[in-house]
Ligand binder design. Structure first.
Ligand SMILES: [Zn+2]
Length: 351
């Protein structure tokens, strides 16, 4: 980005830019632009947000921003960190430097053995996570990916070992499958990408010293958020529960991996409605399909490569035009429906 194009303002000791600059850079119309809120639109994209909140929507998918948006001089300002770490990789995934073609998917079923994870009235997280992981494996194999599982049985695997395992496959992306539990009550799905250096983890108002440490996974910041966007927007389409958004954390499994990775939370086992869904095979099949669809969308939009590396299975999805462009181009279709939806639509959810 040419820094000359940005009117940087210091707010709370951080670099912020006015939303007009974002609109100009990505050649978007300012459909709404007041001191309190904004909505930018181009042919294929819509970005919306409000001052004072930490939630930006891009093509309807919710992202928790690194820092809250601010109101100043009649305009909403967004932190430069959020432009760099969220908006840019989501707007132009084809321009992410160093993104590698994906041939392998490491699926990590959370917990296992003596670690049950979240326990609800209808079941345990460790069993649900493994079931989704196994379903995803068979779908990924059909799509031509190599699949590596951190576990295929009810066994305990230390977190560090899961990350070490993933790092053995440099052509991989990593998806850790979990379900949620909340003492304060919660419902819906959320996806975590590693917090960039200097960004607080979720639910922490203030930065801690450890937030400034560079973690191995931070070399993949752009890919991490692009993968989170692809997988999460797919889950939002497939699953009939609320969207809690894409969030940031420094969980061990996503902190210590050197391949792009995300951690997905497929609903709350202690929420009555979520739990009833999660207990059905149909819901877990949908979640698996959503993960696979997301990985395929990531492969296509970020690396411009065919999602079927072996080219054995049908190639039904058209490749996107991913030529590098000096100006924003209607690149990824993350967040839009793909042909895979037709299959998923056949799956019936009976709550
Ligand atoms: Zn978990």
């Amino acid at each position: 980005m040419a820094s000359a194009a940005w009117n940087v303002a210091m707010i709370d000791g951080r670099r912020y830019v006015p939303i007009a600059d974002v609109a100009a850079f990505y050649r978007m119309a300012r459909v709404v632009s007041s001191a309190e809120q904004f909505k930018l639109a181009s042919v294929s994209r819509v970005i919306e947000g409000k001052a004072g909140t930490s939630e930006v929507r891009i093509n309807g998918v919710k992202y928790v921003t690194c820092f809250p948006m601010r109101s100043r001089a009649g305009s909403v300002y967004v932190s430069a960190m959020d432009v760099t770490k969220i908006i840019e990789p989501i707007m132009r995934p084809g321009k992410i430097q160093g993104a590698r073609p994906v041939r392998t998917v490491v699926i990590d079923a959370g917990h296992g053995g003596h670690d049950s994870g979240a326990v609800g009235a209808l079941g345990r997280e460790k069993a649900y996570a493994l079931d989704v992981a196994l379903r995803a494996r068979s779908l990924l194999l059909k799509a031509g990916y190599q699949v590596k599982m951190t576990r295929v049985a009810d066994v305990f695997i230390p977190l560090e070992e899961r990350a070490r395992f993933a790092n053995r496959f440099p052509d991989a992306v990593f998806v850790s499958v979990h379900f949620n539990k909340s003492n304060r009550g919660g419902t819906g799905i959320e996806t975590y990408a590693l917090a960039p250096r200097g960004v607080p983890s979720m639910d922490e108002e203030n930065l801690r010293y450890s937030d400034f440490k560079q973690n191995p996974g931070n070399v993949r910041d752009a890919e991490n958020i692009a993968l989170a966007a692809a997988v999460h927007s797919s889950m939002v389409r497939y699953l009939p529960v609320p969207d809690r958004g894409i969030k940031r954390a420094r969980f061990s499994v996503i902190r210590n991996i050197t391949v792009p990775g995300v951690l997905v939370e497929g609903g709350f086992v202690d929420n009555r409605l979520d739990a009833r869904y999660i207990a059905t095979a149909d819901y877990r099949q949908r979640m698996a399909q959503a993960i696979v669809d997301g990985v395929k969308a990531y492969t296509r939009t970020v690396t411009g490569a065919s999602p079927q590396p072996s080219a054995v299975v049908t190639v039904s999805e058209p490749l996107e035009d991913e030529k590098p462009a000096p100006t924003p181009s209607p690149t990824p279709k993350v967040g839009e429906k793909t042909s895979v939806d037709a299959d998923a639509a056949k799956v019936k959810i009976a709550p």
